[in-house]
Design a protein around this ligand. Structure first.
Ligand SMILES: Cc1ncc(COP(=O)(O)O)c(C=O)c1O
Length: 396
C-alpha cells in the first residue's frame, strides 16, 4: 500500500518534464540531443530587468517578506497592463501576485471549486489543468477538439459536455500545446455561452503577446460583459519576457476570489520572492521592444518549423498562430514499420526518436491528444533546422 496520500499519489509526473530530463541525461553522456520539449524561451532575460533585480538585491528592504498578495507597486502595474491588454476595468486590489502562472492556476481552482464541481477543459490541454482541478477536489471534463477544427471548441461542443454540476470553463488562447488562437467573434460567442450557463471562466492569457501573422489576442472578459464578475485572468512574465525561472505570475479577479487566493497563499508560500517581484515590475513598466524582438524570432522559427514539418510524409499540421508550439498529427506513423520497429503510441515513437536520432518531442497523450506530438520552436534557428531534418530522414 502506498505511503503517500491518494490525492497526490494519483497524479502522474509531468510528461513534458520527463522527456526533458531524459534528453538532459543523454546530453550529459555527450550526445548531441536536440530538444523540442522545452516550454520556455531560449533567450536570456532582457538586460534592464536583470539590472533592476541586481539593484533590488542590494537594497535591504527587499530582503524581507512582501504582503501575501504581492508588492503594491507590482499589483498596480499588473492592473494597468491588464486594463490595457485585456480591456477590463480592474484595480490593484483585484490582483494577486503568484509563483508563476502555474500557482495562479492552482489558486484559482482551489479558491472556486468544491468537491464534485466539474470544469470544462478544451482538449488538447496544458498538462497542469486536469491535475490542478483534481487536487482542488474538482472533476476535469475534457472537451475534445482536433486539427479539423483548428483545435478550437465551439459553444455546441461545450453544450454537449455541460451538466448541472459544471462550475467553470478553462479558456486559453493562444494555446499550449496547439498554438491555436481564437478569432474575436469566437471568443465573444463562447463568453456569451458561458454567461448564459452561469459558469465561471478561468482565462489563461500567459501567451497574450506571442501571436503571429493575422492572428490577434482577444481577452474573453474584455469582450464578454455578460460574464459580469465571474472570471479570473491568469497571466505572468515567464513566456513574454523570457523569465520562466524568476517565478512571477498573477491572477486578476473579483474581491472574494482575490481574498480567498491571498489567504491560501499566506498559508502556503507567503509571497513571491521580493527580488523577483521587483524584476517583474521592471519588465512591466520598462521598454516593450525586447518582447517584440523575441516575438519576431519565434515567428521566423514558427514558419520554418511549419514548412519543414508539412513536408514530412504522414505528418499533418495546422499552422500554429500563437505561443511557441507546433502540434502535428503523426498518427499515420503508428503501426507502420520504421527501421524494423512498430509503435502503438506516440509515447513509444517519441522514445524511439530520442534514442535513434537524438531528437526530443513530447507525445500528445500528455495533452489528452493521442496521435499528436508537441514540438516547441523556442530554440536556436540552426538547431531547429537540424532537428527537423533528422525527423525528415527518419520518417520519410
Ligand atoms: C498555458 C500555460 N499556462 C500557464 C503556464 C505557467 O507558466 P509559469 O508558471 O512559468 O508562469 C504555462 C507554462 O508552461 C502554460 O503553458
Amino acid at each position: 500500500m502506498s505511503r503517500v496520500s491518494q490525492r497526490v499519489g494519483s497524479i502522474p509526473p509531468s510528461a513534458t518534464m520527463a522527456i526533458s530530463s531524459r534528453a538532459k541525461a543523454l546530453r550529459a553522456q555527450g550526445r548531441d540531443v536536440i530538444g523540442f520539449g522545452a516550454g520556455e524561451p531560449d533567450f536570456p532575460t532582457p538586460e534592464h530587468i536583470v539590472e533592476a533585480a541586481v539593484a533590488a538585491c542590494r537594497e535591504p528592504r527587499n530582503h524581507r517578506y512582501t504582503p501575501a498578495a504581492g508588492l503594491p507597486e507590482l499589483r498596480e502595474a499588473v492592473a494597468a497592463v491588464t486594463k490595457a491588454g485585456s480591456g477590463v476595468d480592474v484595480e490593484a486590489s483585484n490582483v494577486v501576485i503568484t509563483n508563476g502562472g502555474k500557482q495562479a492556476v492552482y489558486n484559482t481552482f482551489a479558491a472556486l471549486l468544491d468537491p464534485g464541481d466539474e470544469v470544462l477543459v478544451p482538449s488538447p490541454y496544458w498538462v497542469t489543468y486536469p491535475h490542478a482541478i483534481a487536487l482542488a477536489g474538482g472533476v476535469p471534463v475534457p472537451v475534445p477538439t482536433d486539427r479539423t477544427t483548428g483545435f478550437r471548441v465551439s459553444p455546441e461542443d461545450l453544450e454537449r459536455a455541460v451538466t448541472d454540476r459544471t462550475k467553470m470553463l478553462v479558456f486559453v488562447s493562444p494555446s499550449n500545446p496547439t498554438g491555436a488562437v481564437y478569432p474575436p467573434d469566437e471568443v465573444r460567442e463562447i463568453g456569451r455561452w458561458a454567461a448564459e450557463r452561469g459558469l465561471w471562466v478561468m482565462t489563461d492569457e500567459i501567451y497574450q503577446h506571442l501571436v503571429y501573422g493575422t492572428a490577434t489576442f482577444t481577452s474573453m472578459p474584455g469582450v464578454s460583459p455578460e460574464l459580469e464578475d465571474r472570471w479570473v485572468i491568469v497571466n505572468g512574465v515567464a513566456k513574454s519576457y523570457a523569465m520562466t525561472g524568476w517565478r512571477v505570475g498573477w491572477l486578476v479577479g473579483p474581491p472574494d476570489v482575490v481574498a480567498a487566493a491571498t489567504t491560501l497563499q499566506s498559508h502556503s508560500t507567503s509571497n513571491v520572492a521580493n527580488v523577483s517581484q521587483r524584476a517583474a515590475l521592471a519588465a512591466l513598466t520598462g521598454p516593450f521592444e525586447p518582447v517584440e524582438r523575441m516575438r519576431a524570432a519565434f515567428d521566423r522559427r514558427r514558419r520554418t518549423m511549419y514548412e519543414m514539418l508539412r513536408d514530412i510524409p504522414g505528418v499533418e499540421i495546422v499552422e500554429p498562430q500563437g505561443a511557441f508550439y507546433a502540434f502535428p498529427d503523426v498518427s499515420a506513423h503508428l503501426g507502420r514499420e520504421i527501421r524494423g520497429r512498430r509503435f502503438r503510441s506516440v509515447g513509444d515513437l517519441a522514445a524511439f526518436i530520442l534514442d535513434e536520432v537524438e531528437v526530443a518531442i513530447v507525445p500528445g497523450e500528455a495533452f489528452g491528444a493521442p496521435g499528436y506530438a508537441r514540438l516547441s520552436y523556442a530554440l536556436a534557428d540552426a538547431d531547429l533546422v537540424r532537428g527537423v531534418e533528422r525527423l525528415q530522414r527518419l520518417l520519410s
